[in-house]
Design a protein around this ligand. Sequence first.
Ligand code: GDP
Length: 296
Amino acid sequence: MFESLNDRLEGAFKNLKGHGRLSEVNIAQSVKEIRRALVAADVNYKIAKEFTDKVKDKALGQENVLNAVRPGEMMVKIVQDELTELMGGQAEGINLNGKPSTILVAGLQGSGKTTFSGKLAKFLKSKKKLSPLLIAGDVYRPAAINQLQVIGEQIKVPVFTIEDNKDPVEIALQGIAHAKANNFNVVIIDTAGRLAIDEAMMNEISNINEAVDPNEALFVVDAMTGQDAVNTAKAFNDVIDYDGVVLTKLDGDTRGGAALTVKYTVGKPIKFTSAGETMDTLDVFHPERMAQRILG
Ligand code: GDP
Protein backbone atom coordinates (compact mmCIF):
# COMPACT_ATOMS: atom_id res chain seq x y z
CA MET A 1 0.00 0.00 0.00
CA PHE A 2 1.30 3.47 -0.97
CA GLU A 3 4.70 1.99 -1.88
CA SER A 4 5.73 4.80 -4.18
CA LEU A 5 4.75 7.50 -1.65
CA ASN A 6 6.61 5.58 0.97
CA ASP A 7 9.75 5.35 -1.19
CA ARG A 8 9.65 8.99 -2.13
CA LEU A 9 9.24 10.16 1.45
CA GLU A 10 12.08 7.95 2.49
CA GLY A 11 14.17 9.66 -0.18
CA ALA A 12 13.15 13.07 1.15
CA PHE A 13 14.39 12.17 4.64
CA LYS A 14 17.53 10.44 3.50
CA ASN A 15 19.63 13.56 3.25
CA LEU A 16 18.52 14.64 6.71
CA LYS A 17 19.32 11.45 8.52
CA GLY A 18 22.91 11.04 9.54
CA HIS A 19 23.47 14.78 9.75
CA GLY A 20 24.45 15.85 13.24
CA ARG A 21 23.16 19.32 12.52
CA LEU A 22 20.86 20.71 9.88
CA SER A 23 20.76 23.98 8.02
CA GLU A 24 17.74 25.86 6.80
CA VAL A 25 18.86 24.88 3.33
CA ASN A 26 18.73 21.15 4.16
CA ILE A 27 15.26 21.57 5.57
CA ALA A 28 13.98 23.59 2.62
CA GLN A 29 15.32 20.95 0.24
CA SER A 30 13.70 18.14 2.17
CA VAL A 31 10.37 19.96 2.42
CA LYS A 32 10.42 20.44 -1.34
CA GLU A 33 10.92 16.71 -1.83
CA ILE A 34 8.07 15.94 0.56
CA ARG A 35 5.84 18.22 -1.49
CA ARG A 36 6.87 16.46 -4.71
CA ALA A 37 6.16 13.10 -3.08
CA LEU A 38 2.65 14.22 -2.12
CA VAL A 39 1.86 15.61 -5.55
CA ALA A 40 3.11 12.38 -7.14
CA ALA A 41 0.74 10.52 -4.78
CA ASP A 42 -2.12 12.47 -6.35
CA VAL A 43 -2.47 15.07 -3.61
CA ASN A 44 -3.73 18.35 -5.02
CA TYR A 45 -0.89 20.91 -5.25
CA LYS A 46 -2.56 23.50 -3.03
CA ILE A 47 -3.05 20.96 -0.22
CA ALA A 48 0.51 19.66 -0.64
CA LYS A 49 1.87 23.21 -0.45
CA GLU A 50 -0.16 24.07 2.62
CA PHE A 51 0.96 20.83 4.23
CA THR A 52 4.66 21.38 3.61
CA ASP A 53 4.47 25.03 4.67
CA LYS A 54 3.17 23.80 8.03
CA VAL A 55 5.91 21.19 8.27
CA LYS A 56 8.53 23.83 7.52
CA ASP A 57 7.11 26.27 10.08
CA LYS A 58 7.16 23.59 12.73
CA ALA A 59 10.65 22.44 11.83
CA LEU A 60 12.07 25.93 11.99
CA GLY A 61 9.84 27.08 14.82
CA GLN A 62 9.26 25.75 18.26
CA GLU A 63 10.26 22.17 17.50
CA ASN A 64 13.60 23.59 16.44
CA VAL A 65 14.97 20.82 14.33
CA LEU A 66 18.11 22.87 13.77
CA ASN A 67 19.31 22.25 17.31
CA ALA A 68 17.98 18.73 17.68
CA VAL A 69 20.31 15.84 18.40
CA ARG A 70 18.58 13.67 15.82
CA PRO A 71 17.16 16.16 13.34
CA GLY A 72 16.19 13.57 10.73
CA GLU A 73 14.04 11.62 13.18
CA MET A 74 12.48 14.83 14.40
CA MET A 75 11.46 15.78 10.87
CA VAL A 76 9.88 12.36 10.39
CA LYS A 77 7.90 12.90 13.58
CA ILE A 78 6.70 16.33 12.45
CA VAL A 79 5.57 14.94 9.09
CA GLN A 80 3.88 12.01 10.79
CA ASP A 81 1.94 14.31 13.12
CA GLU A 82 0.87 16.52 10.23
CA LEU A 83 -0.22 13.52 8.14
CA THR A 84 -2.28 12.27 11.06
CA GLU A 85 -3.90 15.68 11.37
CA LEU A 86 -4.56 15.87 7.62
CA MET A 87 -6.37 12.52 7.72
CA GLY A 88 -8.62 13.62 10.56
CA GLY A 89 -6.64 13.16 13.76
CA GLN A 90 -8.80 10.78 15.79
CA ALA A 91 -10.44 7.54 14.65
CA GLU A 92 -14.22 7.99 14.48
CA GLY A 93 -16.77 5.30 15.23
CA ILE A 94 -20.21 4.84 13.71
CA ASN A 95 -23.54 5.69 15.29
CA LEU A 96 -25.28 2.51 16.45
CA ASN A 97 -27.92 4.11 18.62
CA GLY A 98 -31.02 3.32 16.56
CA LYS A 99 -33.62 0.66 17.21
CA PRO A 100 -32.71 -0.83 14.86
CA SER A 101 -29.67 1.22 13.86
CA THR A 102 -29.85 2.05 10.19
CA ILE A 103 -26.76 2.27 8.01
CA LEU A 104 -27.06 3.53 4.44
CA VAL A 105 -24.33 2.55 2.01
CA ALA A 106 -23.92 4.81 -1.04
CA GLY A 107 -21.41 5.17 -3.87
CA LEU A 108 -20.74 4.60 -7.56
CA GLN A 109 -21.22 1.22 -9.19
CA GLY A 110 -18.14 -0.93 -8.77
CA SER A 111 -16.82 1.08 -5.84
CA GLY A 112 -17.29 -1.93 -3.56
CA LYS A 113 -20.62 -1.16 -1.82
CA THR A 114 -22.01 -4.69 -1.85
CA THR A 115 -18.72 -6.20 -0.73
CA PHE A 116 -18.39 -3.58 2.01
CA SER A 117 -21.98 -4.14 3.18
CA GLY A 118 -21.12 -7.80 3.75
CA LYS A 119 -17.86 -6.99 5.49
CA LEU A 120 -19.58 -4.48 7.75
CA ALA A 121 -22.31 -6.98 8.62
CA LYS A 122 -19.67 -9.53 9.54
CA PHE A 123 -17.75 -6.93 11.57
CA LEU A 124 -20.87 -5.87 13.49
CA LYS A 125 -21.84 -9.46 14.13
CA SER A 126 -18.50 -10.79 15.25
CA LYS A 127 -16.84 -7.74 16.81
CA LYS A 128 -19.85 -5.84 18.19
CA LYS A 129 -22.06 -8.86 18.89
CA LEU A 130 -24.97 -7.30 17.02
CA SER A 131 -27.62 -9.00 14.96
CA PRO A 132 -27.51 -7.43 11.48
CA LEU A 133 -29.92 -7.60 8.56
CA LEU A 134 -28.72 -6.77 5.04
CA ILE A 135 -31.21 -4.98 2.78
CA ALA A 136 -30.76 -5.40 -0.99
CA GLY A 137 -31.58 -1.99 -2.41
CA ASP A 138 -29.67 -2.33 -5.69
CA VAL A 139 -32.80 -3.09 -7.67
CA TYR A 140 -31.50 -2.58 -11.20
CA ARG A 141 -29.00 -5.37 -11.37
CA PRO A 142 -30.43 -8.78 -10.44
CA ALA A 143 -26.79 -9.89 -10.18
CA ALA A 144 -26.26 -7.41 -7.36
CA ILE A 145 -29.07 -8.89 -5.26
CA ASN A 146 -27.70 -12.33 -6.00
CA GLN A 147 -24.22 -11.21 -5.00
CA LEU A 148 -25.52 -9.91 -1.68
CA GLN A 149 -27.39 -13.16 -1.07
CA VAL A 150 -24.24 -15.18 -1.70
CA ILE A 151 -22.34 -12.96 0.73
CA GLY A 152 -25.16 -13.20 3.26
CA GLU A 153 -25.04 -17.01 3.15
CA GLN A 154 -21.29 -16.97 3.51
CA ILE A 155 -21.31 -14.77 6.63
CA LYS A 156 -24.62 -16.15 7.93
CA VAL A 157 -26.47 -12.86 7.87
CA PRO A 158 -30.01 -12.77 6.40
CA VAL A 159 -30.69 -10.62 3.35
CA PHE A 160 -34.01 -8.81 2.93
CA THR A 161 -35.34 -8.53 -0.64
CA ILE A 162 -38.73 -8.02 -2.23
CA GLU A 163 -39.01 -9.90 -5.48
CA ASP A 164 -39.99 -7.86 -8.54
CA ASN A 165 -40.08 -4.65 -6.56
CA LYS A 166 -38.09 -1.84 -8.16
CA ASP A 167 -38.70 0.80 -5.50
CA PRO A 168 -35.63 1.09 -3.25
CA VAL A 169 -37.40 3.41 -0.80
CA GLU A 170 -40.17 0.88 -0.22
CA ILE A 171 -37.67 -1.97 0.07
CA ALA A 172 -35.62 -0.03 2.62
CA LEU A 173 -38.64 0.89 4.74
CA GLN A 174 -40.12 -2.60 4.64
CA GLY A 175 -36.70 -4.03 5.45
CA ILE A 176 -36.46 -1.81 8.54
CA ALA A 177 -39.97 -2.85 9.61
CA HIS A 178 -38.97 -6.49 9.12
CA ALA A 179 -35.86 -5.92 11.27
CA LYS A 180 -37.95 -4.36 14.05
CA ALA A 181 -40.43 -7.21 14.02
CA ASN A 182 -37.72 -9.87 14.02
CA ASN A 183 -35.23 -8.53 16.57
CA PHE A 184 -32.46 -7.46 14.25
CA ASN A 185 -30.75 -4.51 15.90
CA VAL A 186 -28.90 -3.12 12.90
CA VAL A 187 -29.75 -2.92 9.20
CA ILE A 188 -27.32 -2.24 6.37
CA ILE A 189 -28.94 -0.88 3.23
CA ASP A 190 -26.97 -1.57 0.04
CA THR A 191 -28.00 0.82 -2.74
CA ALA A 192 -27.66 1.02 -6.52
CA GLY A 193 -24.81 2.98 -8.04
CA ARG A 194 -24.07 4.14 -11.57
CA LEU A 195 -20.77 4.20 -13.38
CA ALA A 196 -20.67 7.99 -13.07
CA ILE A 197 -22.59 10.67 -11.21
CA ASP A 198 -25.99 11.26 -12.80
CA GLU A 199 -29.14 13.00 -11.73
CA ALA A 200 -31.31 9.89 -11.50
CA MET A 201 -28.88 8.21 -9.11
CA MET A 202 -28.54 11.30 -6.98
CA ASN A 203 -32.32 11.71 -6.79
CA GLU A 204 -32.71 8.08 -5.82
CA ILE A 205 -30.09 8.10 -3.07
CA SER A 206 -31.45 11.39 -1.80
CA ASN A 207 -34.98 9.91 -1.61
CA ILE A 208 -33.77 6.84 0.28
CA ASN A 209 -31.74 9.02 2.62
CA GLU A 210 -34.74 11.24 3.37
CA ALA A 211 -37.16 8.36 3.86
CA VAL A 212 -34.86 6.31 6.10
CA ASP A 213 -33.05 9.16 7.87
CA PRO A 214 -30.22 6.73 8.70
CA ASN A 215 -28.22 6.74 11.91
CA GLU A 216 -25.16 6.44 9.74
CA ALA A 217 -24.74 7.21 6.04
CA LEU A 218 -21.49 5.89 4.59
CA PHE A 219 -20.04 6.82 1.24
CA VAL A 220 -17.96 4.08 -0.40
CA VAL A 221 -15.21 5.02 -2.83
CA ASP A 222 -12.52 3.17 -4.74
CA ALA A 223 -9.15 4.54 -3.58
CA MET A 224 -7.61 3.65 -6.92
CA THR A 225 -9.54 6.48 -8.59
CA GLY A 226 -7.32 9.13 -6.95
CA GLN A 227 -8.54 12.70 -7.24
CA ASP A 228 -11.71 11.50 -8.96
CA ALA A 229 -12.51 9.77 -5.68
CA VAL A 230 -12.37 13.11 -3.91
CA ASN A 231 -14.58 14.75 -6.55
CA THR A 232 -17.16 11.97 -6.29
CA ALA A 233 -16.99 12.24 -2.50
CA LYS A 234 -17.87 15.92 -2.78
CA ALA A 235 -20.77 15.30 -5.15
CA PHE A 236 -22.36 12.68 -2.85
CA ASN A 237 -21.78 14.80 0.21
CA ASP A 238 -23.64 17.71 -1.39
CA VAL A 239 -26.67 15.46 -1.83
CA ILE A 240 -26.80 13.27 1.28
CA ASP A 241 -24.44 14.97 3.74
CA TYR A 242 -23.09 11.58 4.79
CA ASP A 243 -21.33 10.79 8.07
CA GLY A 244 -18.24 8.98 6.90
CA VAL A 245 -16.21 7.61 4.05
CA VAL A 246 -15.18 4.03 3.29
CA LEU A 247 -12.07 3.69 1.14
CA THR A 248 -11.90 0.42 -0.76
CA LYS A 249 -9.24 -1.41 -2.76
CA LEU A 250 -6.35 -0.25 -0.64
CA ASP A 251 -4.77 -3.59 -1.52
CA GLY A 252 -4.41 -2.33 -5.10
CA ASP A 253 -1.77 -0.07 -6.52
CA THR A 254 -3.26 3.15 -5.15
CA ARG A 255 -1.08 6.20 -4.89
CA GLY A 256 -2.74 7.37 -1.71
CA GLY A 257 -4.10 10.80 -2.67
CA ALA A 258 -7.69 10.00 -1.75
CA ALA A 259 -6.77 8.63 1.68
CA LEU A 260 -4.72 11.70 2.41
CA THR A 261 -7.08 14.42 1.22
CA VAL A 262 -10.70 13.32 1.44
CA LYS A 263 -11.09 14.57 5.02
CA TYR A 264 -9.47 17.90 4.20
CA THR A 265 -11.54 18.40 1.06
CA VAL A 266 -14.95 17.10 2.08
CA GLY A 267 -14.76 17.56 5.84
CA LYS A 268 -15.96 14.00 6.54
CA PRO A 269 -13.80 11.37 8.22
CA ILE A 270 -12.70 8.10 6.69
CA LYS A 271 -14.22 5.47 8.98
CA PHE A 272 -13.26 2.18 7.34
CA THR A 273 -10.79 0.91 4.80
CA SER A 274 -11.18 -2.24 2.79
CA ALA A 275 -8.24 -4.11 1.35
CA GLY A 276 -9.39 -7.25 -0.42
CA GLU A 277 -12.36 -9.17 -1.72
CA THR A 278 -12.78 -11.53 1.20
CA MET A 279 -15.10 -10.74 4.10
CA ASP A 280 -12.39 -10.29 6.72
CA THR A 281 -10.46 -7.51 5.01
CA LEU A 282 -12.17 -4.56 6.68
CA ASP A 283 -10.30 -2.20 9.00
CA VAL A 284 -11.44 0.62 11.21
CA PHE A 285 -9.51 3.64 9.98
CA HIS A 286 -6.96 5.10 12.39
CA PRO A 287 -5.29 8.24 10.99
CA GLU A 288 -2.28 7.86 13.24
CA ARG A 289 -1.64 4.24 12.28
CA MET A 290 -2.05 5.08 8.62
CA ALA A 291 0.47 7.93 8.93
CA GLN A 292 2.91 5.53 10.57
CA ARG A 293 2.46 3.03 7.77
CA ILE A 294 2.96 5.70 5.11
CA LEU A 295 6.25 6.70 6.71
CA GLY A 296 7.27 3.07 6.97
P1 GDP B 1 -20.66 -2.23 -5.97
O1 GDP B 1 -21.07 -2.17 -7.42
O2 GDP B 1 -20.33 -0.85 -5.46
O3 GDP B 1 -21.61 -2.95 -5.10
O4 GDP B 1 -19.25 -2.99 -5.94
P2 GDP B 1 -18.92 -4.51 -5.55
O5 GDP B 1 -19.00 -4.72 -4.10
O6 GDP B 1 -19.69 -5.42 -6.43
O7 GDP B 1 -17.37 -4.54 -5.93
C1 GDP B 1 -16.92 -4.40 -7.27
C2 GDP B 1 -15.69 -5.31 -7.47
O8 GDP B 1 -14.64 -4.86 -6.64
C3 GDP B 1 -15.96 -6.74 -7.06
O9 GDP B 1 -15.28 -7.58 -7.99
C4 GDP B 1 -15.34 -6.86 -5.68
O10 GDP B 1 -14.91 -8.17 -5.40
C5 GDP B 1 -14.19 -5.90 -5.78
N1 GDP B 1 -13.80 -5.31 -4.49
C6 GDP B 1 -14.58 -4.72 -3.56
N2 GDP B 1 -13.84 -4.28 -2.52
C7 GDP B 1 -12.55 -4.59 -2.81
C8 GDP B 1 -11.30 -4.39 -2.12
O11 GDP B 1 -11.19 -3.80 -1.04
N3 GDP B 1 -10.19 -4.86 -2.75
C9 GDP B 1 -10.24 -5.49 -3.97
N4 GDP B 1 -9.11 -5.91 -4.51
N5 GDP B 1 -11.39 -5.69 -4.62
C10 GDP B 1 -12.54 -5.25 -4.06
